[in-house]
Design a protein around this ligand. Structure first.
Ligand SMILES: NC(=O)c1ccc[n+]([C@@H]2O[C@H](COP(=O)([O-])OP(=O)(O)OC[C@H]3O[C@@H](n4cnc5c(N)ncnc54)[C@H](OP(=O)(O)O)[C@@H]3O)[C@@H](O)[C@H]2O)c1
Length: 259
């Protein structure tokens, strides 16, 4: 007996098209590669050309179909143009992953309108606009998967959550609203919640060995997260297997949130 046909029935993404924002780095890049290796054609969206090209190269190196769109998701026009460019690569997506995000970190008391606006634009409005663009078409086709990357700061204040925590809390609410709207038509909408992951986003914290060790000690697994830790959960949420999982926040944090 071989388990491959069964695993494929559950998890294969063959013939699916995925759009992954933030695919130039960190968690988004790892998820893009995971979805591609599970069979999807993947379009990565972010600003930096060379980094996007590196992700596409990694994907094509695995034999995957991949394309890139360089765009600034910090403006509505940028998001709208990126969506159309992404569709031009492989057609309308079945899977949307919103991993692009910024964490500018001024404490709430020092927050200016500029940081608030930039944070909401990239972390919340871009996922909202992409959902509005792709969600109804997924519903009309009877299948879709929307996956947002939020943060433990959607659930608790942590080292100056400022505007960032607010944007991530709202993003989890967006997932629930989207789930309510489109789940009856086969479109599930969920969030993956990281703990502390060693990516360029938190370069400053990651370069302080004492802080890194203290954060690792707060997990149950005993180490901080790696971008690759999101591969399995992302493939699951993108696949047929997760058809009855919607509106959920799934923590991929080594037990950080429950310690
Ligand atoms: N690392 C952690 O500990 C952690 C914890 C909780 C949540 N998260 C969340 O996980 C997600 C991924 O973060 P990461 O840790 O993988 O960080 P990262 O390596 O810094 O990646 C962030 C991504 O967002 C993209 N991005 C930022 N601003 C953009 C803009 N205006 N337009 C288009 N793309 C933009 C970046 O691409 P370009 O610079 O090329 O545009 C990059 O691909 C984020 O939503 C973050 O909030 C991370």
């Amino acid at each position: 007996m071989t388990s491959e046909p069964y695993l494929s029935e559950l998890f294969s993404l063959t013939d699916r098209v995925a759009v992954v924002t933030g695919g130039s780095s960190g968690i988004g890049r790892a998820i893009a590669v995971a979805l591609g290796r599970a069979g999807a054609s993947v379009v990565v969206v972010a600003r930096r050309e060379a980094e996007l090209a590196a992700t596409v190269e990694e994907l094509t190196g695995h034999g995957c179909r991949a394309a890139r769109v360089s765009a600034d998701l910090g403006t509505r026009e940028g998001v709208r143009a990126a969506a159309e460019e992404a569709v031009a690569a492989f057609g309308e997506p079945d899977i949307l992953v919103n991993s692009a995000g910024i964490n500018l970190r001024p404490p709430l008391g020092e927050l200016g309108d500029d940081v608030w606006d930039a944070t909401m634009a990239v972390n919340l409005e871009a996922p909202y606009l992409l959902g509005q663009r792709f969600g109804p078409a997924m519903a009309a086709r009877g299948f879709g998967r929307i996956i947002h990357i939020t943060s433990q700061q959607a659930h608790r204040a942590f080292v100056q959550s400022g505007a960032y925590g607010v944007s991530k809390g709202a993003l989890e609410s967006l997932a629930r609203s989207q789930a309510e709207a489109w789940s009856p038509y086969g479109v599930t909408c969920n969030t993956l919640v990281p703990g502390f992951v060693m990516t360029p986003l938190n370069r400053r914290l990651s370069s302080d060995p004492e802080k890194v060790a203290a954060l690792a000690a707060r997990t149950m697994v005993g180490r901080n997260g790696l971008a690759e830790d999101f591969a399995g959960a992302a493939v699951f949420l993108a696949s047929r297997a997760s058809g009855y999982v919607t509106g959920q926040s799934i923590f991929v944090d080594g037990g950080f949130s429950v310690h």
